[in-house]
Design a protein around this ligand. Sequence first.
Ligand SMILES: *Cc1c(COP(=O)(O)O)cnc(C)c1O
Length: 237
Amino acid sequence: MSDTTDQADFDICARLERVRARIRLACEQAGREPDSVRLLAVSKTKPVSAVKAALACGQTAFGESYLQDARQKLAAHWPDGLEWHFIGPIQSNKTREIAAAFDWAHAIDREKIARRLNDQRPAGYAPLNVCLQVNISAEASKSGLRPDDLPGVALRVAEMPRLRLRGLMCIPGRTTVRAEQAMPFARMRALRDRLADEEGIALDTLSMGMSGDLEAAIAEGATMVRVGTDIFGPRVS
Ligand SMILES: *Cc1c(COP(=O)(O)O)cnc(C)c1O
């Protein structure tokens, strides 16, 4: 291993610690238990060595967005207990591979995609954990279910035996203004609560918050934050 790799690995560990400290502080300020928020390390576009560096610092859940890029990483040798989350948009022709290679899929925004993942989840595997993506700031993002369509889709996905509906996910429009960050996250929490009250669908996951807005997301009830840049450094694409 070269000196530069050692330095890069050291940086990842230090950055991971800083993100963990931010999560702890945000939980404290929100009156929440620190272990009520899970950290998903978004390793998309980053090499196997970056994932290994994070793993060496105790990180076990990783998020990938591009199947092409994830393929070689998943094929590397990994210890048991690693969790792979597919957080990118899912096209129909990718469902078979995702159903076989991942533990979670976060960005399901069509019933048809859920149906395919259900039908293609290999026998003998635990059900695939899934989140429904909600288009929570309609002006900023084209993907995600409309809030009005959510209850119907959630009811049908909850019935799919090879999927386990865990929660809701969103990618709000970017802003650095804290009050503006909070609004879409608060709407997500309200949608989750309404699914429980009106449809009897209890969800344990709100997948929301990224490098720039994880504090606001935690204040509004996020249970899983997806952090890339602040752990692995900027992405070159
Ligand atoms: C890339 C990505 C992230 C991480 O974003 P950062 O700003 O780098 O922390 C989180 N969620 C999704 C869906 C992503 O595609």
